[in-house]
Design a protein around this ligand. Structure first.
Ligand SMILES: Nc1nc2c(ncn2[C@@H]2O[C@H](COP(=O)(O)OP(=O)(O)OP(=O)(O)O)[C@@H](O)[C@H]2O)c(=O)[nH]1
Ligand SMILES: [Mg+2]
Length: 420
């Protein structure tokens, strides 16, 4: 059978396990395998070496590096993927020691998946910037050479699209240009965001593949791609969701997190993640059916630490309860996180209660103001509708009581304008 599809690259995964960390390393390698699969490679073998510390030049010990080389030969591998970010010097030394194989690290693999999944100009620019920043200290003759010879995973975005003879100066110019482009994009995003500020903004955050987009689609109607793939969503999608007659929110779905997320990516996705920073409420979505869900929670907190977010603005949502084989995890999280919600976004289980909680948060938020208005105060009534979201209006004796969701600054402005 003839097919134009390129043969999948054969990958060997490789990690160092530090003392007492074997379980963590195994989880991390499993995740690396999923990343490799998402990037289109086939994992043919795995090498884990226990060491006191990572070798400063070769990452692995030199003996193990030889074993790795033999294994790669035997398995007819194309690429070796290291589970940590290699320093530029480690990268160079390993490439020199085993020049037959393409050497990439976890960061390059993640960057590659981002390149594959980036759809909009925003996401593409952000990925290109992260990739250029990642490449800058690694730009050696070796890399560009290697790229020309092999291509494929881990190198799709970077220098392939640029020139092979690219030098650091060109790359720096490119970084400068990309930063300027991003600056313009964030101004546009900011304008859009401002236009939503009169409503309650809710953002979904969580580990990649936790089911954020599935929950978004359940609440807002199908609009976002859902797949059993890591980093399916890279662009922020914002949808208006009418929870009931009087409560409307803007719900945003954005990129997921992962452990050892390359710092260049977090930096360049800053404007996308602004949605998280400015949200009135965050829904932390966690895949409870994943045995590593506790670590996932830690990773989310770790990434969010860089943002100015207060703890009270969270609701924890444990998703995929339908996929649990026993109820042990549910019992555990109910004890440890009594305010959390257990749902299945795919089956629509438990979501009513979650929506109730969101409604309650809106009503309790600092932005809901009550106004008693005389029926003839037409201008004030018009302003309340124009600048805020009227949650409730009803007669109380001969006055009308309005409950309105209003930004604090607008509230102050209206008070002055109408002598309230
Ligand atoms: N069993 C089960 N699977 C679910 C549930 N919610 C989502 N999934 C599946 O989990 C996978 C990932 O779902 P997504 O909604 O794409 O996850 P995400 O958090 O948006 O992932 P990224 O965009 O890649 O960060 C898909 O295969 C979904 O069908 C659920 O409640 N139960
Ligand atoms: Mg998604």
């Amino acid at each position: 059978m003839h097919t134009n599809k390129k043969k999948a690259e054969r990958a060997i995964l490789c990690a160092v396990s530090l003392p007492g960390k074997i379980e963590q390393t195994e989880h991390s390698i499993e995740e690396l395998a999923q990343l490799a699969k998402t990037a289109g490679a086939v994992v043919v073998d795995t090498v884990i070496q226990s060491r006191e510390r990572v070798h400063s030049l070769y990452y692995l010990g030199t003996g193990k590096l030889n074993t790795l080389q033999l294994l790669a030969e035997e398995q007819e591998a194309d690429v070796i993927i290291f589970d940590d970010e290699l320093s530029p010097s480690q990268q160079k030394h390993i490439e020199e020691a085993i020049p037959e194989y393409k050497i990439i690290d976890r960061s390059a693999l993640i960057l590659d998946i981002f390149t594959l999944h980036a759809k909009t100009r925003e996401a593409k620019t952000q990925v290109m910037l992260a990739e250029a920043e990642y490449l800058l200290p690694r730009l050696t003759r070796q890399w560009t050479h290697l790229e020309r010879q092999t291509g494929g995973i881990g190198m799709r975005g970077g220098p392939g699209e640029m020139q092979i003879e690219i030098d650091r100066r060109l790359l720096r110019d490119r970084i400068k240009k990309l930063k300027q482009d991003l600056e313009k994009i964030s101004v546009q995003l900011e304008t859009k965001r401002k236009s939503r500020s009169k409503r309650f903004n809710v953002a979904l955050v969580g580990y990649t593949n936790a089911g954020k987009s599935t929950l978004m689609n359940y609440l807002a109607g199908p609009s976002v791609a859902v797949e059993d793939q890591l980093f399916k969503t890279l662009d922020t999608t914002v949808r208006r969701v009418q929870l009931d007659k009087t409560h409307t929110i803007y719900l945003s779905d954005t990129i997921g997190f992962i452990q050892k997320l390359p710092h260049q990516l977090v930096a360049s996705f800053r404007s996308t993640l602004k949605e998280v920073e400015t949200a009135d409420l965050l829904l932390k979505v966690i895949d409870i059916a994943d045995e590593n869900f506790r670590e996932h929670m830690d990773t989310i907190d770790e990434v969010l630490k860089d943002f100015d977010i207060q703890e009270k603005r969270f609701i924890i949502v444990f998703n995929k309860t339908d996929a649990l084989e026993n109820s042990e995890n549910i019992k555990y999280v109910k004890r440890s996180f009594p305010d959390a919600f257990c749902i299945s976004a795919e089956r629509g289980i438990g979501i009513d209660k979650l929506v109730d909680a969101i409604r309650k948060r809106i009503d309790e938020s600092a932005y809901v103001h009550s106004f008693y208005v005389q029926p003839h105060e037409g201008k004030l009534i018009a302003d309340l509708h124009r600048f805020g979201e009227v949650l409730e209006s009803r007669f109380v004796d001969d006055m009308i009581l309005f409950k309105v969701f209003l930004d604090v600054s607008i509230y102050e402005g209206l008070k002055k304008k109408h002598n309230l």
